[in-house]
Ligand binder design. Structure first.
Ligand SMILES: Cc1cc2nc3c(=O)[nH]c(=O)nc-3n(C[C@H](O)[C@H](O)[C@H](O)COP(=O)(O)O)c2cc1C
Length: 244
């Protein structure tokens, strides 16, 4: 997927580009882990990558709660089990049984859990946050994505567990009331990085066609849509990683 066009002044070399795109396309949500621990320096690099994510007004609203303690993890796992059961009632059969058959977390098997939180009060006045208050949450998600990609480059898998009630999670981890636990992540060396999303392999949901999701000069087709022909052709020609 690396660019065939000449290297631009500030562009990466073809090899660097390949590395970056490989991290992006081969990153997976991981729920099945080997028991090997993550060396401290590797874990530190991954968390530092998260801290270098973009944030509104450079607010850096995140904190990282590193969780190894099995007692804490068991409480989180119990919370997950309850939530998963409750969530299953939203589906009719056979979807309900299918949902319950999916493995959707690796809380106890992973090497470490990391809860990434968002503190909306981190900065008194945040440049650029007046119009959209949620930009602190968006920023935290950017940190999570950095973490996820850096982990992939290190051969470490990450699984995001969101089937958890926030107030209870906050209580288990002792998170202050005003701080939002955004992402509960399981990190560890995976049994494998599956070539496609596990939910896709399980027949739950497939990747949508990108062509149908790209709009030109507005939601409805603009009158100047001819100006995009080259881009449209490139978009449909370039094989995605799952088709390549
Ligand atoms: C905000 C968010 C919450 C998620 N929550 C869960 C979860 O609770 N359990 C789970 O198994 N996967 C969870 N996932 C992972 C998605 O299922 C996964 O990203 C998607 O199926 C695409 O697969 P991929 O990440 O391997 O490409 C979550 C992902 C995101 C971004």
């Amino acid at each position: 997927m690396a660019s065939k066009s000449p290297v631009q002044k500030d562009g990466f070399t073809a090899e660097e580009q390949r590395g970056l795109y490989r991290a992006i396309y081969s990153r997976r949500d991981i729920r099945t882990f080997r028991s090997d621990p993550i060396p401290p320096e590797v874990l530190a690099r991954i968390i530092r990558a998260a801290h270098h994510g973009p944030s509104v007004g450079f607010m850096q609203p995140w904190d990282f709660i590193m969780v190894r303690d099995m007692n804490v993890r068991r409480k989180v796992k119990d919370l997950f089990d309850r939530e998963r059961q409750a969530a299953s009632s939203f589906f009719d059969e056979p979807r309900r049984s299918h949902y319950l058959s999916l493995k959707l977390e690796g809380i106890l098997e992973s090497a470490v859990n990391v809860c990434v939180t968002c503190d909306p009060t981190r900065a008194e006045v945040v440049l650029g946050r007046n119009s959209i208050q949620e930009t602190d949450l968006y920023s935290t998600c950017c940190a999570v994505q950095n973490l996820w990609l850096a982990a992939r480059a290190e051969g470490v898998g990450v699984g995001w567990v969101s089937i958890l009630k926030q107030p209870q999670l906050r209580q288990i981890l002792g998170v202050p009331h005003h701080v939002i636990p955004v992402a509960y992540l399981c990190l560890g060396y995976p049994v494998e990085f599956p070539p496609e999303p596990v939910l896709q392999t399980a027949g739950w949901r497939g990747r949508m066609e990108l062509e149908g999701l790209v709009h030109f000069d507005g939601w409805e087709e603009g009158s100047e849509s001819g100006a995009w022909e080259g881009f449209k052709a490139a978009l449909s020609e370039e094989a995605g990683p799952e088709r390549a």
